[in-house]
Structure formats: structure tokens, C-alpha cells
Design a protein around this ligand. Structure first.
Ligand code: ZN
Length: 612
């Protein structure tokens, strides 16, 4: 099998790798000296957050972490290190390193956001993510608009694997991430492991997938990436599969640059039986959805649906990981060759087990009856909604001919996620769920509706810092849906927010009317996507999905804090050992889960860091 190792890139900020290395050196040195000061403990927490987020910005909220240790403590700690513990470049001193990283870590005004999506600002200049150097948003957009003119009907994912830089003569150009370009040292390692994986390919198709991926990494040629995506989609037989490359574009304010991620997975056969049932009925779902007929696919192509177990996480999927993935991202490949969709069952069940009995439902759900409903049906609704979102939602609908797939620009990701969520919400309440045996009875979907609305209106605010807006695309999507339905249903009293002892609770009075509201919004969102209606997307997102009522936010934060639940969960990779028989043949792979978070991160830094 192929191992997805943690290869840490600096995509989330120019000095992220350097900061991580220096923090680790200070951390180990303080530990050796048994430092137990408050400053050290704060540095330890800060470092753990840097590990978690692959940098100094919150992985979801995008805001910069505020160090709770003093600047002087940090500078003294760095200066007391022996220089061989620091990644000093030629001719560089400890002072140089401090000059580089201390202002970025401690000055709240310098690069405060990883990804800034605030309308009207220069999103390139004000985002800290490390994809652009010396260029403005306008220069980047002009550059790509000029290239896109030549797009045929199999367009490349322009800019996916490049940095955009300003040359000394004032011109704008791209620096490719390939074996000889930027990140070459890390990409050579990836190619080395892919090469080793070739000898274990399950079948010819998978062999071809890996060969093409290697070629893409070597050349950086995006037409190779398209070929790879098509071959990867078409390999539906392999029991072991992987995602590997510069894939998701959420960490770029312009939604073009891919974050590196790696995931090795194997099939969950029982779960896959369930999603196969959904995808076998894909055409029925497409035909019966409430959207306008001209935006529907006449023939829904190859919606493959696999439930998988993650075996190893890397890059943007580690240690915080998605619970469902739908790829490839290029719309034309999805339309002509289909898409591959997975839900990651061992991750979902770990999340569910970890949250059982933490008091969350008791605090936020309106009454005992609804709590019972959620306890009974919550998990299965969650699973089916995710299946529908990933297997059908993202793959449904079609663009009108000639519409630019990037027409919605910074609002594109939010609209796309809302589309997939609404598709799932609409159908979990459909009789078809009972006919297919996916949900046990006609009340089950209510648990899914309640938790979705509660999350979108109230509880997801617990994951955002006081004073901030909603930034992340999935969170904006949930707020957009929940708040739009709340407002549109107000006259008919569909959904209420009521106060009991100064606490706000969600009350759903009419589940069937709520379903109709989901249907209307789905219809409108599909129209926006299909027509590339930027202005409508902007108004929807800016009206419903960004701002937060400060009083409500404070209330949710206070109630949530009282439960003492960590806001995010992440995963530690198992350490895998080969078990051999007396003759030296491999007979099994044993997974060891005893490595601690800090030990794993330090080990990865030591063994696999290639870029610093
Ligand atoms: Zn999605």
C-alpha cells in the first residue's frame, strides 16, 4: 500500500515552516530543562495549535493565533539555543530568524488572516496564504483571464499547482510546483513513494493511475493532471485507493490554488452497499429534484459511491480531516466522466463516539422529546445526509453552455456546498428513503432537520471567535441555508427561535414546510450556479452567511464553554508494523495507536520534513 506521509508545505503562510521548526527546537530545549513556567506551557499549547493547523492560522476560522507567552520569553528562548538546533540559512544569524518570525507571530496587524474574503478588499494582498508574491488581486485575475481565453472544452485547472510572482521587469508569471520547481524536494519524496507503490498496484488501471500521477508531479503539466483525474475516477475496482496531490482550493482567496493532501484508504464493504443503493438510483433523484428542468442533467454519469476507512492521513487532511470527499473538482470531468465520492466511516464513527455524553444536546436542544429524537435517529441521518451530499449533491445539475465555471468567484465554494447540502436535506425527508430501506421510519429525517438548523442558526457559532465573522465556506453554507429558511418561514411560523431563561433555543413547528423551503432555496441556488449569476450569489452570501449577531454569539460561546468540549478534534495516525512469518513473508499489518500527538508531530518533523 501507499503511505500518505506528513509532508509539511508552507502554503498557509510564508514563514510557517520556519516558525514550526523554531518552536519545536525551543519546546524540546525547555522540556530538557524541565521548564514549567506559565510562558512555556503557553508556548506548548501554541505549538500544538501550529501542528494542528499546519501553521499559525486557525484551520477553519483563518485568523492568526495570539501567543499567550511573552515576546521576551520567546526571543530569549530562541537565543539560548545552540545554533545547530536552528534551520539557519547560509550567513544567517539567530537575530535574522527572530527578525523574520517575531513580528509575524506577535504583531496582530501583520497578516492577520490566512484567507481574507471580505468583499471590496484586495483579497490577494490581505491574505497570508503563500500563493502570491508581490502581485495584486487585479494582476492575478488579469493574468488568468488572459489564459482562459484559449480554453477549449477540456479546460485545465489553471493555477492549481503554481505560485504567482511579480518579476523584476514588472511582468507577472507562475512558478510551477513540480520536481524541479518550487517544493521540488518534497515532490521528489512523493514520487519516490508513489514509485514504491507501483509494485503493489492491485490492477492495471491502478498502475496507470499511479504512473500518470508521477508524470504530473514530474512535469507539473496540468493536462497530465486532467488525465490522472479521469483515470482515477474510472478505477472503481481497487480495494485500496488514495488521494494525493494539490487538491482542494479553499485556502486560496481566489479559489484556484490547491492545498497538498494525502489520504490512503481501503473500502468499507457494508457501508458501500448502502451508498451503492443511492447511486444506483441517481437518475431517479436527479429527475425528481425540485430544480428547474433546464438545469438538470439529462443523464447522470457514473456517480460512484464508496464508503471507506482512512488508513493514513497527510498534508491538508492531517490531523484534522474531512468526513466525506467528492473529487475531481473540474466540472467538465465530472460531467463527462463522473466523480468519485467517499464517506470516511471510521472517522465519522470516531467523531460520534467521542461526542456521546458530552452534554451538548442537553444544553442546546429545546426539549427532552427532541433530544430523544436525535439520540434515536441522529447518527443515521448524519450518515445518509453525508452520503447524499457527496454521492449526488455535488454531482447533480448542469451548467448552461458557455458559463464560466469560476463565475461565482469568492462565493463559488459557499454556493457549491449549499447546493450539495440542500440536495441532501431535501431528500432525507423523501419517501424514497423508506422504500430503499435507508431510513427506518417517516420521523427519522426530523432529527437531521433539527440538528442542521440548530447548527446553522446557533451552535456552529461556538467554533468562531468573538468579534469575528463567518469565513469558512462550509460554515457559510450552513448559515446561509438555516438563516434563509428561518427568515422566509417567519410569516408562517415554520421555525422559531425562543428564549428560555435567557437561553436561545430552536423550535421547528412545521417540518414539512421546512422541507418546502429547502426545495425553494435549492431551486434558486442551482439557478445561480447554472447561470453563473455572480450578483445573486453575492447578495445571498453577504445577506445570510457572513455577519453574526454579537449578543447571540456571546451567549452561544458562554454556554458552549460551560460544557468544556474541545472545539475541534483531530486524528493521530497509527504506526503500522509489518508482521512476518518465519520465512520472512509479510502475513499481516499491525496498527499501533500508542504514539502521542506531540511525539508523532516531532517524529514527522524530524523524519519527513523536506522543505526546511
Ligand atoms: Zn461538499
Amino acid at each position: 500500500a501507499l503511505y500518505g506521509r506528513d509532508i509539511t508545505f508552507d502554503q498557509f503562510g510564508k514563514y510557517n515552516l520556519l516558525i514550526r521548526k523554531v518552536l519545536e527546537a525551543v519546546y524540546m530545549n525547555c522540556q530538557e530543562r524541565s521548564d514549567d513556567s506559565a510562558d512555556f506551557r503557553a508556548l506548548e499549547e501554541y505549538l500544538k495549535r501550529v501542528w494542528f493547523s499546519n501553521g499559525i492560522y486557525h484551520h477553519y476560522g483563518c485568523e492568526k493565533f495570539v501567543p499567550e507567552f511573552s515576546k521576551s520569553f520567546f526571543i530569549n528562548a530562541v537565543k539560548s539555543l545552540s545554533p545547530d538546533k536552528l534551520p539557519l540559512a547560509e550567513g544567517e544569524t539567530v537575530e535574522n530568524i527572530c527578525d523574520k518570525i517575531v513580528p509575524i507571530m506577535f504583531d496582530a496587524d501583520i497578516l492577520p488572516m490566512k484567507v481574507n474574503k471580505k468583499h471590496g478588499e484586495d483579497l490577494v494582498c490581505t491574505s497570508a496564504c503563500n500563493y502570491y508574491e508581490g502581485v495584486t488581486q487585479k494582476e492575478v485575475e488579469d493574468y488568468y483571464n488572459a489564459i482562459k481565453v484559449n480554453d477549449g472544452n477540456e479546460p485545465l485547472s489553471h493555477g492549481l499547482n503554481t505560485s504567482v510572482i511579480k518579476c523584476s521587469d514588472g511582468s507577472v508569471k507562475e512558478r510551477v510546483w513540480n520536481i524541479d520547481g518550487k517544493y521540488g524536494a518534497a515532490i521528489r519524496k512523493i514520487v519516490f513513494w508513489l514509485d514504491r507503490a507501483l509494485e503493489f498496484a492491485e490492477n492495471d488501471k491502478q498502475h496507470k493511475v499511479i504512473t500518470t500521477l508521477i508524470k504530473y508531479y514530474e512535469t507539473g503539466d496540468l493536462s497530465e493532471f486532467n488525465k490522472y483525474c479521469i483515470e482515477w475516477v474510472e478505477d472503481t475496482d481497487s480495494l485500496v485507493d488514495f488521494i494525493n496531490g494539490f487538491i482542494e482550493v479553499y485556502d486560496d482567496p481566489l479559489g484556484m490554488k490547491g492545498t497538498w493532501e494525502g489520504l490512503v484508504e481501503y473500502r468499507d464493504t457494508e457501508g458501500t452497499r448502502r451508498t451503492k443503493l443511492i447511486s444506483d438510483n441517481a437518475q431517479w433523484f436527479e429527475d425528481h429534484s425540485p430544480v428547474n428542468r433546464k438545469f438538470k442533467k439529462k443523464i447522470v454519469n457514473g456517480v460512484s459511491a464508496n464508503v471507506i476507512c482512512a488508513a493514513m492521513l497527510g498534508g491538508g487532511e492531517y490531523p484534522s480531516t474531512a468526513i466525506g470527499i467528492n473529487l475531481p473538482n473540474a466540472d467538465w470531468i465530472r460531467a463527462r466522466h463522473g466523480s468519485k465520492s467517499v464517506t470516511i466511516s471510521n472517522i465519522i464513527s470516531a467523531y460520534n463516539e467521542a461526542s456521546r455524553g458530552n452534554g451538548f444536546d442537553e444544553e442546546f436542544v429545546i426539549d427532552a422529546e427532541t433530544i430523544r429524537l436525535i439520540k434515536k435517529y441522529g447518527d443515521i441521518c448524519d450518515i445518509i445526509h453525508t452520503d447524499l451530499h457527496e454521492c449526488l449533491g455535488h454531482g447533480s445539475g448542469q451548467m448552461l453552455p458557455g458559463v464560466d465555471p469560476d463565475a461565482l468567484k469568492a462565493y463559488g465554494n459557499t454556493i457549491e456546498e449549499a447546493r450539495a447540502d440542500l440536495f441532501g436535506l431535501y431528500y432525507i425527508a423523501d419517501e424514497k428513503m423508506l422504500h430503499l430501506g435507508l431510513l427506518p421510519d417517516e420521523n427519522a429525517y426530523k432529527a437531521g432537520y433539527y440538528t442542521f438548523m440548530m447548527n446553522g442558526l446557533l451552535t456552529q457559532l461556538a467554533r468562531i471567535k468573538e468579534g469575528r465573522n463567518i469565513e469558512e465556506a462550509h460554515m457559510r453554507d450552513r448559515a446561509l441555508i438555516a438563516r434563509w429558511c428561518y427568515e422566509k418561514g417567519k410569516a408562517d411560523n415554520v421555525v422559531n427561535l425562543i428564549k428560555k431563561e435567557n437561553k436561545t433555543y430552536l423550535q421547528i413547528n412545521d417540518y414539512l414546510r421546512l422541507r418546502e423551503l429547502f426545495a425553494s432555496l435549492l431551486t434558486e441556488i442551482q439557478r445561480i450556479k447554472s447561470e453563473g449569476d455572480y450578483e445573486a450569489a453575492r447578495v445571498l452570501v453577504e445577506t445570510y452567511a457572513v455577519d453574526i449577531n454579537q449578543g447571540l454569539h456571546r451567549e452561544i460561546l458562554t454556554r458552549y464553554r460551560s460544557l468544556n468540549i474541545p472545539p475541534y478534534k483531530g486524528f493521530i495516525n497509527p504506526v503500522l508494523y509489518l508482521e512476518k512469518d518465519a520465512a520472512g513473508n509479510v502475513i499481516d499489518v499491525k496498527a499501533d495507536y500508542s504514539e502521542s500527538y506531540a511525539a508523532q508531530m516531532l517524529r514527522y518533523s524530524k523524519v519527513y520534513a523536506t522543505l526546511i
